[in-house]
Design a protein around this ligand. Structure first.
Ligand code: GEK
Length: 248
């Protein structure tokens, strides 16, 4: 596959039947463009990973990136931290994502200790880590499977370690939620998506991506063992949280 990142035009023509969204070769080819134009705050969240690692990672500690796609978190960390500051392991279910992520990381940062493995984070035995990043991936798991994955993340973290969890969210208040969704569609239009693309993508993601409210997230984080968590970033209906595994 070529290294070029194409413009996302997957839903630009009318489709008789909109298929369920999947992370296949077509999506991989335009993924950097798609996520940048579809996720408010994506770049800002990535840009904060360096400062968060500087604050919470011990020297040379492991950053585990679950649902890493093309390894954007690894690239962001490598652009900000020296070679010996951290190790990075990315995990993703999609073989097409993994293949391309491996290629990009080794091309762009050959001297950093970063690798990507194909795997299902619902079945993974998590390695011990100092920082775990789950950016926009928990939302793709069945809601019943989310506790178990976060419990594993909690168990895998060293004391003093942190989980960074970024997600699309729903607002519990129906009126506020509707307003946020409308402004999100404005955000997508401003980034060049047509009404047809917005509508067809929405259909494709129905039942594939099921967002929770911020309250549900923080309650889940507490339930699996994190004594403290907070929302450090929100842009419309997209948010990033940090959960701390502190000494008892
Ligand atoms: C980024 N974090 O660029 N196990 C492992 N991976 C999975 C699973 C699973 N069970 N289910 C879905 N995925 C990235 C962006 S994208 C978000 C994450 C989006 C993977 C899936 O293959 C895809 O690569 C990723 O989760 C979600 O910072 O596309 O909105």
């Amino acid at each position: 596959m070529s290294d070029a990142s194409y413009r996302d035009a997957i839903f630009s023509t009318p489709l008789d039947k909109v298929a369920r969204f999947s992370f296949d070769e077509r999506v991989v080819a335009c993924f950097p463009d798609m996520i940048r134009r579809s996720v408010p705050g994506y770049g800002q969240i990535l840009a904060m990973l360096g400062p968060l690692a500087r604050r919470h990672l011990r020297h040379g500690g492991l950053v585990l990136d679950l649902g890493c796609s093309l390894g954007a978190s690894g690239l962001a960390l490598a652009s900000q931290l020296p070679v010996d500051a951290f190790c990075y392991v990315g995990i993703d279910l999609s073989p097409a994502m993994v293949e391309r992520a491996r290629h990009t990381l080794s091309e762009e940062y050959p001297d950093h200790n970063m690798r990507v493995e194909q795997g299902d984070l619902r079945q993974l035995v998590f390695p011990a880590a100092d920082m775990i990043v789950i950016n926009f991936t928990l939302q793709f798991l069945d809601p019943d499977e989310r506790d178990q994955v976060l419990k594993q993340a909690f168990n895998a973290l060293s004391t003093g370690g942190v989980l960074v969890l970024s997600e699309k969210i729903v607002d519990a208040d129906e009126q506020d939620n509707a307003w946020l969704v409308e402004r999100y569609h404005d955000f997508k239009r401003a980034n060049g998506y047509s009404d047809l693309e917005i509508c067809q993508k929405r259909t494709a993601l129905e039942n594939v991506m099921v967002p929770d409210s911020l309250d549900t997230h923080h309650q889940r984080l507490a339930r699996v063992g994190f004594p403290r968590s907070l929302t450090w970033f929100q842009y419309l209906n997209f948010a990033s949280m940090i959960a701390f595994k502190e000494p008892a």
